[in-house]
Design a protein around this ligand. Structure first.
Ligand code: HEM
Ligand SMILES: *[C@@H]1O[C@H](CO)[C@@H](O)[C@H](O)[C@H]1NC(C)=O
Ligand SMILES: *[C@@H]1O[C@H](CO)[C@@H](O)[C@H](O)[C@H]1NC(C)=O
Length: 483
């Protein structure tokens, strides 16, 4: 009796003493549970996850329609999946774009497949963070700042006309996409970098780009190993070009004294080399950033131009308005007088048409980030090390932001757009550094084409495929006749 009383009272005290502890434990458990609530969604098979569904949808350029949208309907605007072994959270919407894009370096970092990194080079801007990233981004962006980009117009315009003369004169049929690719390649080298294109350069670069999203298998005969060989060839070519420029600038500095950083105005190679001479950039960094620029500029701008023409072919009323804009610009010019940076400002309707085409056909689907800490977002936890994929389509195709989103309506750009809604060029610290060049490229080419030629598409609804960026499968054949 005595003992049992003793035990029970002892137990009672113990329970009393421990109760708050238990309570705390339960509470902690609960907190931990809510704290570690993962977003909804299916992780699929081990390692592979939902990779096959992802690639199948991507190939048909229906990644949003066939992969993302059905999962948004099931799970909401934030859901998890597994792609190529990586747990990944796909997010959509302006708020998500703002959160993940503006928190680059703080919560997330851009994350590229190892094949891309090995082919672009580990010293390019995409592998740089913080201060080092800011420096290179600044160099590119400042040579393309609004006013500098306009100063590129005369040179760009000459180049466009030279290409039209070489490839369109005397032809009845041209391939618009193939043409714009070649043109864009020359624009990046000659107008942006200030490097003359050498024979065979484009083909070598193309071989590198083909491997950027290929599995990183170095067995001879694979896409990746071919791309790596091409990368070595490019390196040799660029080392020669960069060293020659360096010698040239060294000599000038010795003779004339100073002024090295001013050299070349908007042109990028002398700026890179000047940074090299100041010890701010290594030769490897200069070379990797040249390769990366071509990758960033080439397929993206070409696809944007192709889709702008496709939309013009589908919307004759818009075409009439656009044509009038360019005829007005042309009529104010003297015989043989070329367009200038000022004239670009008069092409506002054309830029609306281009922006609307890019909204419907964004060249970049979105891009991957990696969580560098555990991230709390919308009541969910995204664990450190997981990937995050933000998308352009998530807002571009959302009726909340674009009324009747699938219809083509350039006038919707008359109204100011809230931030992070129209995001073909991304946002935050990694916002596209070349959007101004893309704009000049599109406007100048459209100007010369529509003022010089009548044209029509041979396949107005040509299928689009993705490898690794979207392009029209037949190269966009076009019937043309001079005006
Ligand atoms: C219509 C054409 C273009 C589109 C749609 C486009 C789109 C984009 C997007 C979405 C990003 C951000 C990627 C991310 O957040 O991970 C980006 C970055 C970048 N783009 Fe573009 N781009 C275009 C043309 C160009 C051109 C012509 C250049 C060349 C000067 C260029 C240079 C770059 C660079 C250097 C970056 C990396 C910026 C950084 O990491 O700080 N882009 N582009
Ligand atoms: C690209 O354009 C240049 C200059 O017009 C021309 O010499 C070259 O043959 C073109 N390359 C292709 C593949 O069309
Ligand atoms: C145009 O480009 C496409 C895709 O890059 C290619 O398959 C096709 O052979 C090219 N066509 C011509 C006529 O150059």
């Amino acid at each position: 009796m005595e003992i049992s009383y003793y035990i029970s009272s002892w137990l009672f005290t113990l329970i009393l003493a421990l109760a708050p502890l238990f309570f705390l434990l339960i509470l902690k458990q609960k907190c931990a549970n809510t704290k570690h609530k993962l977003p909804p969604g299916q992780m699929g098979l081990p390692w592979l996850g939902e990779t096959m569904d992802f690639y199948r949808a991507q190939q048909a350029n229906r990644l949003f329609e066939d992969f993302v949208r059905p999962r948004i309907a099931r799970h909401g605007k934030i859901f998890k999946t597994r792609l190529m072994g990586s747990p990944t959270v796909i997010v959509s919407g302006a708020e998500a774009n703002r959160f993940f894009l503006s928190n680059e370096f703080k919560l997330v970092m851009s994350s590229w497949p190892s094949s891309s990194v090995r082919l672009m080079g580990k010293n390019s801007i995409m592998e740089k963070h913080g201060e080092q990233h800011r420096h290179v981004h600044g160099l590119i962006a400042s040579s393309l700042g609004s006013s500098s980009a306009e100063s590129l117009v005369p040179k760009l315009s000459k180049l466009v006309q030279r290409h039209l003369d070489a490839h369109w004169s005397g032809q009845e049929r041209i391939y618009l996409y193939n043409f714009t690719k070649n043109l864009t390649f020359h624009i990046v080298f000659e107008c942006l970098l200030g490097i003359d294109v050498e024979l065979g350069m484009k083909e070598i670069f193309e071989r590198v780009l083909e491997g950027v999203f290929a599995p990183p298998v170095t067995v001879p005969g694979t896409r990746f190993s071919r791309a790596m060989r091409a990368r070595k060839e490019i390196e040799r070519m660029l080392v020669r070009i960069v060293r020659k420029k360096k010698e040239e600038m060294d000599r000038k500095n010795l003779g004339g004294g100073g002024g090295g950083s001013e050299e070349g105005g908007a042109v990028l190679l002398p700026r890179y080399v000047a940074a090299m001479l100041r010890g701010e950039m290594s030769e490897e960094e200069v070379i990797d950033n040249i390769v990366l620029l071509v990758f960033a500029a080439y397929d993206t701008t070409s696809f944007a131009i192709a889709m702008t023409f496709r939309m013009l072919a589908h919307h004759p009323n818009c075409y009439q308005l656009l044509l009038k804009e360019h005829m007005d610009v042309k009529s104010r010019k003297g015989e043989g007088e070329d367009i200038s940076g000022e004239d670009i400002k008069k092409m506002s309707y054309t830029w609306k048409v281009a922006r609307e085409s890019i909204r419907l056909f964004p060249p970049i689907f979105g891009s991957f980030r990696k969580a560098i800490v555990d991230i709390e977002y919308e009541g969910f936890t995204i664990p450190k090390g997981w990937k995050v994929l933000w998308t352009t389509y998530g807002t571009h195709y959302d009726p909340e932001h674009f009324q009747d989103p699938m219809s083509f309506n350039p006038d919707r750009f008359e109204e100011a757009m809230p931030p992070y809604v129209y995001v073909p060029f991304g946002g935050g610290p990694r916002v596209c550094a070349g959007s101004q060049l893309a704009r000049m490229n599109i406007l100048v080419l459209v100007h010369h084409v529509v003022t010089r030629y009548d044209w029509s598409l041979i396949h107005p609804d040509e299928p689009i495929t993705v490898d690794p960026l979207p392009f029209p499968v037949h190269g966009m054949p076009m019937r043309i006749s001079p005006k």
